[in-house]
Ligand binder design. Structure first.
Ligand SMILES: Cc1cc2nc3c(=O)[nH]c(=O)nc-3n(C[C@H](O)[C@H](O)[C@H](O)COP(=O)(O)OP(=O)(O)OC[C@H]3O[C@@H](n4cnc5c(N)ncnc54)[C@H](O)[C@@H]3O)c2cc1C
Length: 190
């Protein structure tokens, strides 16, 4: 259905929320092509800027308190998942809730296309995982909610996934680079 009531502004980044006393009345945005700032006024403002898993500082700031922070963290999420909406909301007085409810992967592999800063998701269902001491430490087929904390508690928050040649075909790598703008979530070295 076309109503002509939706306008898209491309290459335009929201930089702050506009307030009138206790109401949010719009968004100040910057046109990236020429740097011009534009105010968009609206009765209702919806923040749909995604998550923050590509922002290492925010991931660290809101890391679950009951889990150790890994020595090395690979970034993920969309390339623009940097929490800019959260930052704008906070600056406008919002209280952020449940920020430690992060989805992180225990199956991360450095993405060689991005200076090893971001993670690919790499996994074989027929692999066993061993830590630096060569010991298994978790049932690898369990849910990420179990395997992720288990990996974090290993020395160096790292492990080796071991499989034989018969299982090579089951090893898959998913996620992508910033160019494709979808990649795995923040994770640790596998
Ligand atoms: C590794 C990984 C795997 C996933 N796999 C799945 C899956 O298999 N199935 C599934 O359903 N979900 C999956 N998800 C979750 C899914 O990708 C997200 O939940 C979903 O993309 C969130 O949608 P969104 O519209 O809130 O944010 P996004 O898709 O991130 O969209 C936000 C948009 O806002 C733009 N933006 C950000 N800041 C600004 C700003 N300041 N001004 C203007 N624009 C801005 C961004 O460029 C982006 O286009 C996965 C997530 C991750 C991290």
């Amino acid at each position: 259905m076309q109503t002509g009531k939706v306008n898209f502004s491309w290459d335009t980044k929201g930089i702050s929320l506009l307030r009138d006393n206790d109401r949010i009345i719009g968004v100040r945005a910057k046109r990236l092509r020429d740097g011009k700032e534009i105010d968009y006024l609206a009765r209702v403002v919806i923040l749909a800027t995604g998550g923050f898993q590509n922002n290492r500082e925010m991931v660290r700031e809101y890391w679950p308190k009951d889990l150790p922070f890994p020595e090395r963290l690979l970034l993920g999420g969309g390339s623009n998942s940097v929490g800019s909406g959260h930052t704008m909301a906070k600056a406008a007085g919002a209280q952020l809730q449940n920020m430690s409810y992060q989805w992180n992967y225990s199956t991360g592999l450095p993405d060689p296309n991005l200076s090893d800063q971001r993670g690919l998701n790499a996994f074989s269902q027929q692999s066993i995982w061993v830590n630096k001491a060569g010991r298994r430490f978790v049932n690898e087929s369990q849910d990420m909610k179990t395997t992720f904390p288990a990996v974090l508690r290993q020395p160096g928050s790292t492990y080796w996934a071991i499989f034989d040649s018969a299982a090579r075909g089951t090893f898959f790598v998913s996620g992508g680079t910033a160019r494709r703008s979808r990649a795995v979530s923040s994770t640790i070295r596998a």
